[in-house]
Ligand binder design. Structure first.
Ligand code: PEP
Length: 247
């Protein structure tokens, strides 16, 4: 099973549901539809209406983040996993580099993952090195730390997806070369297999994926799908990514 996950970031108003409607109509007729899953993470403001609308359709909805506590608390503007789950969302994205940059530490992320799983949300956990870490050959040690400090054996690996998103690639148009990406995703799966003592959870790639470059990733069979930012805001681009992947 492959995943095509669209992260809308700070984008979208209620009428933006048209974008998802087009993706949903494409998917319902696509001969490859049983080989992949589409998940979209709109902003909090659209979670409830989108999750309700797509409840019996084939697009799943997730949040882009959640607070590090379980249910209710006195933290202004915070939204808990319990609240997200109650809106009908099935997934939550955690550890995105935008949120790490705003203060999400490994300890905070561990709590977020724990409470999200407790509330039956599936977690898409993002990891990735920045430009200077890559330049200084720190990629593997950074990824190992981001995995080991946040994920633990007791977490249900079936409810976790890991998204490898090199920060230097996000929104820049730059993508890793296939050889490096093969080595890095092999390493990530090795670490995950150690943590969970069995098979690794799914590992996705994210960072400047678009309809023109998605074919490059096809040769790396162990990549279980993609986390797509900019290109997920256009139904045409998102559909073309899927079409070109299966071409
Ligand atoms: C992201 O921010 O998760 C992302 C992958 O963005 P983009 O596809 O625009 O690089």
């Amino acid at each position: 099973m492959k995943y095509f996950i669209g992260n809308w970031k700070m984008f979208g108003v209620p009428t933006s549901i048209n974008i998802l409607n087009k993706i949903n109509s494409f998917r319902s007729k696509d001969k490859n539809r049983n080989n992949y899953r589409v998940i979209i993470t709109p902003p909090y403001t659209l979670l409830e209406s989108f999750a309700k609308y797509f409840r019996n359709k084939k697009i799943m909805i997730g949040s882009q983040n959640c607070y590090q506590k379980d249910k209710f608390s006195s933290n202004t503007a915070a939204v808990s996993p319990y609240m997200i789950k109650n809106l009908g969302a099935k997934y939550t994205l955690l550890g995105h580099s935008d949120n790490r940059a705003e203060g999400d530490t490994d300890l905070i992320l561990k709590n977020k993952v724990k409470f999200a799983l407790k509330n039956n949300l599936k977690v898409i956990y993002c990891i990735g090195e920045n430009k200077s870490q890559k330049k200084n050959n720190k990629t593997f040690s950074i990824l190992k730390m981001q995995l080991n400090k946040v994920l633990e054996k007791g977490f249900n690996k079936n409810n976790i997806i890991v998204a490898y998103e090199p920060i230097w690639s996000i929104g820049t148009g730059k993508i890793p070369n296939p050889k490096d990406l093969l080595m890095t995703t092999t390493y990530i799966k090795k670490i995950l297999t150690k943590i969970f003592r069995k098979n690794s959870p799914a590992v996705l790639y994210g960072g400047s994926v678009d309809e023109n470059n998605v074919g490059v990733f096809r040769q790396i069979k162990q990549i279980d799908g993609f986390l797509i930012g900019g290109a997920s805001k256009s139904s045409k681009k998102f559909i073309d990514i899927i079409k070109n992947y299966y071409r």
